[in-house]
Write a protein that binds this ligand. Structure first.
Ligand SMILES: [Zn+2]
Length: 352
């Protein structure tokens, strides 16, 4: 019997628990990732310095490098530093922006990358995408996925609450992204990858109906695992499609032309509610709305300090941010007046 399967690239180690950082140094020292301990440790602002000190103590041959900004410039500076010597691997320690800059740099110099997350603000932990800011604009770059991912719940719990909320919005937006992908499959015959859909949707469903406190260990572990699964869903699909639909197009437009009013996950969470409402998909609208309310995320533009005019402009600009992507926004192809009517009705339905 022929066994036709596909191989899915995945990190060799994933640890999500309180005290996970303690497992990092044995992994680096046991030779699986770095035979000689010649690792570059890239640290961002915040809690990363504390972990970097632990790594430097346990792996004396490690070189600690500071990422001054999680931007393309910060990543290019890191690439220059990495090229001054020989390293076995890059360990990135920090939040979403730091990890994206370190992941991009490691990919560019062809070194394995270990992600150590100190907050859960977005699904970049294990994704094949790095989002970097350059000259005031954010751009997405394809990169290699991490060889190992560590999330230490003790550090995550100390991160600003807003970062955790952002992670919730990014995970929950998978539900809308998947629905947009299936719409593209039905309308445009676009191929839809069932495995990527299963992973992205399961990740969101594990979280969307939870009611436990946002700083609970069990909740934070599920959030971390859902973000990691989202990244792997993108790897399986070979595109960000399973985790990025009209919700993300609106967020990209808010980033490009309206000064990034919120964190990524705050913007895409609201975008997911709006896109699901546009699709008239009440089976998604109710749980997404309830989840955003329960954990204190923005639901309407005013919650992010965005005027109705600016949000309408972002909705109109959104399809241009990902010209190759078909979502409910491209499907409806609304003109300026239609957008205004829909946005007004949305705000009337969900505004406080
Ligand atoms: Zn996202």
């Amino acid at each position: 019997m022929p066994l036709l399967t596909r191989n899915v690239p995945a990190p060799v180690a994933i640890e999500v628990r309180a005290g996970a950082v303690a497992g990092l140094t044995p992994l680096l020292a046991d030779g699986r990732i770095s035979s000689g301990g010649r690792v570059a440790v890239a640290v961002g602002p915040g809690q990363g310095a504390d972990i970097a000190a632990q790594v430097a103590h346990a792996v004396p041959s490690a070189t600690v490098m500071t990422i001054n900004s999680g931007s393309l410039d910060g990543a290019l500076e890191l690439i220059s530093s990495l090229r001054t010597s020989w390293y076995d691997a890059v360990v990135g320690i920090g939040g979403g922006k730091t990890l994206d800059a370190a992941k991009y740099a490691a990919s560019m110099v062809g070194l394995p990358f270990v992600a150590v997350a100190t907050n859960l603000s977005n699904d970049g932990l294990a994704s094949p995408v790095a989002s970097l800011e350059s000259h005031g604009r954010k751009a997405s770059f394809g990169v290699h996925i991490p060889i190992a991912v560590f999330v230490d719940i003790d550090y995550v719990r100390k991160a600003p609450l807003r970062h955790t909320r952002s992670g919730i919005g990014d995970v929950v937006s998978n539900l809308s992204a998947v629905a947009d992908w299936q719409l593209a499959g039905a309308v445009n015959d676009e191929p839809v990858d069932g495995l990527a859909v299963a992973m992205a949707r399961s990740a969101a469903e594990a979280l969307v109906s939870r009611t436990d406190p946002i700083d609970d260990d069990a909740f934070l572990s599920t959030l971390a695992e859902s973000l990691i699964l989202s990244g792997l869903a993108m790897t399986v699909a070979g595109t960000s499609r399973p985790c990025s639909g009209g919700c993300h197009e609106i967020s990209h437009a808010l980033d490009a032309s309206h000064g990034s009013p919120g964190l990524h996950g705050e913007q895409v969470g609201m975008g997911a509610l709006f896109a699901s409402w546009l699709r008239d998909d009440m089976a998604l609208v109710a749980p997404i709305d309830a989840c955003l309310q329960r954990y204190g995320l923005p639901r309407v533009p005013a919650d992010l300090g965005v005027s109705t005019d600016d949000f309408c402009a972002a909705v109109l600009e959104a399809p241009d941010t990902r010209p190759d992507r078909f979502t409910i926004l491209e499907h409806l192809a609304m003109d300026k007046q239609e957008v205004r009517e829909r946005v007004d009705a949305f705000i009337a339905a969900f505004g406080r």
